[in-house]
Design a protein around this ligand. Structure first.
Ligand code: F3S
Length: 755
């Protein structure tokens, strides 16, 4: 699978001296997170200390991973950069576009039939540009990365929020938007605000029914869905060493649910065992040579309050199993207390499905622990009351689990084994047992349980737990079942109890796989044709954006003045539009349809100044485009918050919006606008927002003098001929002004490449 040992050796050869230098400039002992961050500075060896939560820093990640939904636009953009190969090792994983319904074989065939053009495109573009390609059915991105690419002390970015899973193998791995990934693929730095640090000290040892999952369910309950924002969560202490590597992965994976930048663990024997079991002894040998550098300094862990911004302590020995939900992953309830809570809140007690798998919990250990419960149901003549569905995390796991008889146990209980893919975790679940919006309860071992997430039904109450707890609850069919104290009635009418789960950390006979589903790219991809059907609805090759000329910024029309919250979801809706992620013109038909028009408080209903008629935002904008008129979008505070998807900047740009003028920006969106060669501006005087009227025309009077630190002057001409002159601030530096002048950051890269 070609993990890049030379790259890893290079990282390890530089890491000790960089960490020593960092310790010197910071002037104190270092956490693991700081070691990895300082060892991956774009400028090489550290020369100064950064302020956590404040300084924006350029980094040089070691790897990139992309999933099939986000990779489409990222790679279409990368094709614009004029490079022959990606600058850092990159992989693409086909896992999000496979719907779960009938079982692995039939579902995979259906996915290959319905999404073949997307898969063919991703395969060919990967082959051309030196990107490792994991076919549909090969597995879920984060499990495949953990088994093949993650390495202690490394830095990775991925176009999926659960990229953080690789922290289980001691990485700093961060989920990013496609635009960031494209930058790094094209050889540019990756910018991140230097994170704050939350330390979680683990003591004791897991026992009985408590699993690694319960650690993060507990942490989520403490920190809530926002508590980790802008921070790296670093786990340490004797308890951390007692957790398996994949268990650590589970904990890091769900760090996304508390908003954390990422989570990580120091290198230890569990990681070494996992590396050796997954055929990467070479990495383990290299890591062992510098192992003190691959964990935090001892003083940091002895006095964590001194070195972390926040410290939490959890005793694994007394931790109880939890089920979190419904509708939010931070609503943590210890198993045993859930029945009362469910009755008080009128949550359905009967459980219809138990789903095991996802990138969070599909390791060999997870499957063995869940299977040990399933086997008891068979042995004790318990007929499961809920349906079972299993999504193995990778073909390697599936093959090994089948060989070792684990899947057979679930099948004997009537489980459906779905494809090694995301399936129900991302709403790719064609479920036929509930009709319409019927209220129902499911339990799963995934990470997210927001409304509609699994099956599109807003009344599906989803609870998150460990795989073994999901198995027990599904067998009982009741949310109020507590396997530690309650018994069940078997087919002979006898009361039986489930014994504690038993797991096996790693397969005693080793991992095995016949065809892992990996395609190595051509060494020289110059002759490879990228496959895109010109008539495709889902894919469209990009054409470079034309620079916005100064004269086009006179007579600019207002497209919409957005009122209140305007997130990237309002700018580029998800749901059914995900299908068009690789087709800019088609997905542009959702542009700003969720934004509220400040003049009538309606969504997708704006005035076309050319004919005075009201219509949808995309149609109105297309009319301006046809007339050769540029437009401006005006917005409120924190415009563009939410997901980092680059579509929210590319779509308005594609349709001819020249500028976005708001009270304040979510920073990533602001950067995305800059990268696409647009003007992202803020009102120098916030109250000027109130001056903007529905029929306004804007003249950017001094755009020819666009320069860092100098506000732009805009003349706002109202319908009655009266004028207001306002100032707009911006944060463009010289390089970003060059992006603007060239039409986009990618245009500039291409130009530099050709120079
Ligand atoms: Fe896939 Fe769900 Fe993980 S969508 S990547 S299994 S969070």
């Amino acid at each position: 699978m070609a993990f890049d040992i030379d790259m890893i050796k290079k990282v390890y050869s530089e890491l000790p001296s960089r960490v020593d230098k960092a310790r010197e400039v910071v002037g104190k002992p270092l956490t693991l997170s700081e070691k990895i961050l300082y060892a991956h500075l774009w400028d090489g060896s550290p020369s100064r200390a950064f302020t956590r939560g404040k300084d924006y820093v350029d980094f040089a990640p070691d790897r990139i991973a992309c999933q099939d939904a986000t990779a489409q636009m990222a790679l279409l953009q990368f094709m614009q950069a004029g490079k022959s190969k990606v600058a850092v090792p990159t992989t693409v994983h086909c896992d999000h576009l496979i719907q779960a319904r009938d079982g692995a074989v039939a579902d995979l065939k259906r996915a290959n039939d319905t999404s073949n053009e997307v898969f063919d495109f991703l395969e060919s573009v990967s082959n051309k540009y030196g990107i490792g390609f994991w076919k549909p059915g090969a597995g879920i991105i984060h499990q495949v990365v953990l088994e093949n690419y993650a390495f202690p002390g490394g830095m990775m970015i991925g176009t999926d929020s659960h990229t953080v899973n690789a922290g289980g193998l001691g990485m700093v791995a961060v989920g990013v938007g496609g635009a960031d990934a494209v930058d790094v693929m094209a050889g540019m730095p990756w910018e991140l605000k230097f994170p704050k640090l939350i330390g979680v000290k683990l003591t004791g040892e897991l026992n009985g029914w408590t699993a690694s999952k319960d650690v993060i369910l507990k942490v989520a309950g403490i920190l809530t869905v926002k508590g980790g924002t802008g921070a790296i969560v670093e786990y340490f202490g004797p308890g951390a060493k007692n957790l398996s590597c994949t268990g650590k992965g589970t904990i890091c994976n769900m760090g996304a649910e508390i908003g954390a930048t990422t989570s990580t663990f120091g290198y230890d024997e569990a990681m070494e065992r996992f590396l050796r079991a997954t055929d990467r002894s070479e990495i383990a040998d290299e890591a062992n040579k510098i192992k003190d550098y691959l964990t935090g300094d001892p003083e940091v862990y002895e006095n964590p309050e001194k070195y972390f911004d926040q410290v939490i302590e959890i005793n694994l020995s007394t931790l109880r199993p939890h089920l979190n939900g419904p509708f939010t992953p931070d609503l943590a309830t210890p198993v045993g207390e859930l029945g009362k809570k469910a009755r008080e809140n009128d949550w359905p007690i009967n459980v219809m499905w138990g789903l095991i798998g996802s990138c969070t919990n599909s390791s060999y250990e997870d499957l063995t622990r869940a299977a040990s419960i399933a086997q008891q149901a068979i042995d004790k003549k318990l007929k499961p009351k809920s349906d079972f569905g299993i999504n193995p995390g990778s073909e390697q796991i599936r093959y090994t689990a089948e060989r070792d008889g684990l899947l057979r146990v679930f099948e004997d209980l009537g489980a459906t084994i779905f494809t090694n893919a995301c399936g129900p975790c991302i709403g790719q679940w064609d479920r036929s047992d509930v009709l319409g919006d019927e209220k129902n309860t499911i339990v799963h071992s995934f990470n997210r349980n927001f409304s509609k997430r699994a099956d599109g039904n807003p009344n599906t109450h989803a609870f998150v737990g460990s795989p073994e707890m999901v198995a027990a609850i599904a067998i009982s069919g009741r949310l109020d079942f507590d396997p530690m104290n309650d018994s069940l009635l078997n087919e002979d009418g006898e009361e039986v109890k489930l014994d504690e789960p038993r797991g096996i950390e790693l397969p005693p006979r080793g991992f095995e796989v016949e065809d892992a589903g990996y395609l190595e790219p051509d060494a020289d991809g110059s002759g490879v044709n990228v496959v895109v059907n010109p008539n495709s609805e889902r894919l469209q090759l990009l054409t470079p954006f034309e620079p916005i000329k100064d004269e086009e910024l006179q007579g600019v029309k207002l497209l919409i003045k957005a009122f209140g919250k305007c997130t990237t979801d309002h700018i580029s809706m998800a749901g059914p539009w995900l299908r068009y992620r690789g087709h800019l013109d088609n997905i542009a038909n959702n542009t700003l349809i969720g934004a509220v028009n400040a003049f009538n408080k309606k969504t997708n209903f704006v005035k076309n100044q050319l004919d005075g008629e009201y219509g949808g935002v995309p149609d109105t904008q297309r009319a301006y485009k046809k007339a050769g008129i540029k437009t401006i979008v005006v917005g409120d505070h924190n415009y563009g918050e939410g997901s980092s998807r680059e579509h929210a900047a590319m779509q308005p740009r594609h349709l001819g919006v020249a500028a976005v003028l708001v009270k304040s920006f979510a920073r990533i969106h602001e950067t995305n606008l800059k990268k696409q060669g647009m003007l992202g501006l803020t009102f120098a005087n916030e109250n000027d927002y109130d001056l903007i009227q529905e029929d306004d025309t804007f003249n950017f009077v001094d755009i020819s003098e666009f320069a860092p630190g100098k506000p732009l002057t805009i003349e706002v001409v109202h319908a009655d001929g009266s004028k207001d002159t306002i100032l707009a601030n911006h944060t463009y530096n010289d390089a970003q002004i060059e992006w603007y002048r060239e039409g986009s950051a990618l245009n500039l890269i291409k130009k530099q490449n050709n120079a």
